[in-house]
Ligand binder design. Structure first.
Ligand SMILES: Cc1cc2nc3c(=O)[nH]c(=O)nc-3n(C[C@H](O)[C@H](O)[C@H](O)COP(=O)(O)OP(=O)(O)OC[C@H]3O[C@@H](n4cnc5c(N)ncnc54)[C@H](O)[C@@H]3O)c2cc1C
Length: 490
């Protein structure tokens, strides 16, 4: 018999319920011969952006090696889930069960229902696990049985949620002749609508020139080291240091969580253990609570995504549907003489500003520093994410969706819930969102969180040797600077 594990968004072996239960079942069931794991990128859903994919491709060979040690081979595919199920069922291999980590967003709920039907129709048991979040998406409801739209009320439930940890899975039973894997490989390479990705092959040396300087080491081993380093050096001061972009005051766990290389249960458990075992100083305790609240923001966004799977495409609050966002000319209209006549000058200006924003050339030092950090690291500090997002949607009145799309493509932690959830929060269109009139004034934010301009100098080369007072002078020019800049660009 063969047991299958669909890993979903979880690129790890520890605390991976689909993998764990597949192996346990195979070990228990004397006739179960093999466990086979699947990483499936589904083209019927929103495909990950380039920075996220860069990370995935660095991570998969490591995962494959760890799985090999557990005697679990890994298939990496691009295909729809139901199609993979159809093809596997058609092999008539003796599958005893399919264990699946839940996916999120888009039409995954409908697709996964079809996937489940195919297995059920073939008489094969399917079990689904929530592996990527701390809570089951339908479990938390308001007193009226509705989804929450207010973070604070939602967050109260987490006091009663205990982290669920799984021990290391044992080795899967030996698949003596490797027959099951070979038959599946044969079946999966045939259909035109299934692509077998070679991303996990040991020989696949993958590099992207734009990522050459990314300071990250993807993989679940590294995720655990990053968590440990945070616990040892930054958790105690997190409450205050988390808002200073120049400092390494946050965990930088987001890409590891987004790729499922570490479970949020493991992170929560470490923080709670530190709180009960560690220093009793008031600031330490407060820091652990502040950090826990941030983890719960991630949960809140997944709660929103579960109830609104098109969170990246549609205003959470429909009252905003008629808001007059700036019209943005297409790239062709900006560049091509023949296309210019078709765009009005405001739309051309908005296009130029959007492009300046993306490349970090708005002329606003803190905004440019953030956008360049994003470009150079594939990551940006949370405080600055709020500032650059506010600048785009409130100062330039450009639709949050354009900002969300750029982040989706350039963040190594681009997350289907937290990216649109936060963009909508900043724009004012989201759940429990900042009101539209709350603008993150870059000059005031710089005064409060980058007083000596260390962060700006770190990322904006042109200002590396500029004095703090001269940078303050640039800041005080306010919005007139970018208009001049853009005037030249046009
Ligand atoms: C416009 C905008 C877009 C964002 N897009 C993403 C995204 O695509 N992916 C993503 O993971 N986060 C996103 N965030 C949230 C936040 O900026 C990052 O999670 C955080 O900067 C990651 O750094 P860290 O791991 O050091 O965070 P820490 O401060 O160490 O927080 C620990 C963990 O809590 C979670 N977390 C922290 N803040 C938030 C938050 N506001 N919302 C949801 N979860 C949070 C993350 O998983 C994070 O790793 C976005 C925020 C904004 C304002």
């Amino acid at each position: 018999m063969v047991v299958l594990a669909f890993l979903g968004p979880c690129l790890r072996t520890l605390d991976n319920p689909a993998l764990y239960h597949a192996i346990r079942q195979a070990a228990k069931d004397k006739s179960a011969g093999a466990v086979v794991a699947f990483y499936v990128e589904d083209p019927t859903q929103r495909l990950p952006g380039r920075a996220f994919t860069w990370w995935t491709r660095k991570s998969l060979p490591k995962l494959r090696k760890q799985l090999e040690e557990l005697r679990v081979p890994l298939f990496c595919l691009r295909a729809s889930y139901p199609r993979v199920a159809e093809v596997l069922v058609s092999t008539a291999l003796p599958f005893s069960a399919v264990h699946v980590n839940r996916r999120w967003g888009g039409t995954t709920q409908e697709e996964d229902a079809r996937f489940a039907e195919i297995w059920a129709h073939a008489g094969i048991e399917q079990r689904v696990y929530t592996a990527h979040t701390l809570h089951e998406p339908w479990e938390i409801q308001t007193g009226q049985g509705q989804p929450y739209r207010v973070y604070t009320a939602f967050s109260k439930h987490f006091a009663n949620i205990s982290p669920q940890l799984l021990e290391e899975p044992p080795c899967a039973p030996e698949d003596e002749d490797g027959q099951a894997y070979t038959s599946m490989e044969h079946a999966l390479t045939e259909p035109k609508d299934i692509t077998v990705l070679d991303w996990a092959r040991p020989s696949s040396e993958f590099q992207e020139p734009w990522a050459a300087a990314f300071p990250w080491t993807p993989g679940s081993d590294e995720a655990h080291s990053v968590l440990q380093a945070f616990m040892d050096h930054a958790l105690a001061t997190y409450k205050d240091a988390r808002d200073i972009p120049f400092e390494a005051g946050t965990s930088r766990l987001s890409p590891y969580l987004a790729h499922g290389e570490i479970s949020p249960h493991r992170v929560l458990s470490a923080v709670r253990r530190a709180r009960s075992a560690g220093s009793t100083s008031k600031s330490f305790i407060e820091s652990t609570h502040t950090f826990e609240r941030e983890l719960v923001w991630r949960e809140f966004n997944y709660h929103l995504l579960y109830h609104q799977p098109d969170l990246a495409a549609r205003n959470h609050n429909a009252q905003w549907d008629a808001f007059p966002w700036a019209e943005v000319a297409s790239p062709a209209q900006l560049k091509e003489e023949k296309d210019r006549a078709t765009a009005n000058s405001d739309a051309m200006y908005a296009r130029a500003m959007y492009d300046c924003w993306r490349s970090g050339h708005t002329g606003i030092p803190l905004v440019d520093a953030g956008m360049r950090q994003l470009w150079k690291m594939g990551w940006m500090h949370n405080r600055v994410r709020m500032i650059v997002a506010s600048f785009l949607v409130k100062n330039l009145r450009i639709h949050w969706r354009l900002g969300e799309e750029w982040f989706w493509d350039t963040l190594v932690d681009a997350d289907p819930a937290s990216n649109p959830g936060n963009w909508q929060w900043v724009a004012g269109t989201g759940a429990d969102a900042a009101p539209f009139f709350r603008i993150f004034n870059p000059a005031r934010q710089a005064d409060r969180f980058d007083e000596r301009c260390a962060y700006v100098r770190q990322w904006v080369d042109e200002l590396k040797s500029t004095s703090t007072s001269d940078i303050a002078e640039i800041v005080s020019h306010g919005m007139s600077f970018p208009r001049e800049f853009v005037g030249k660009a046009l």
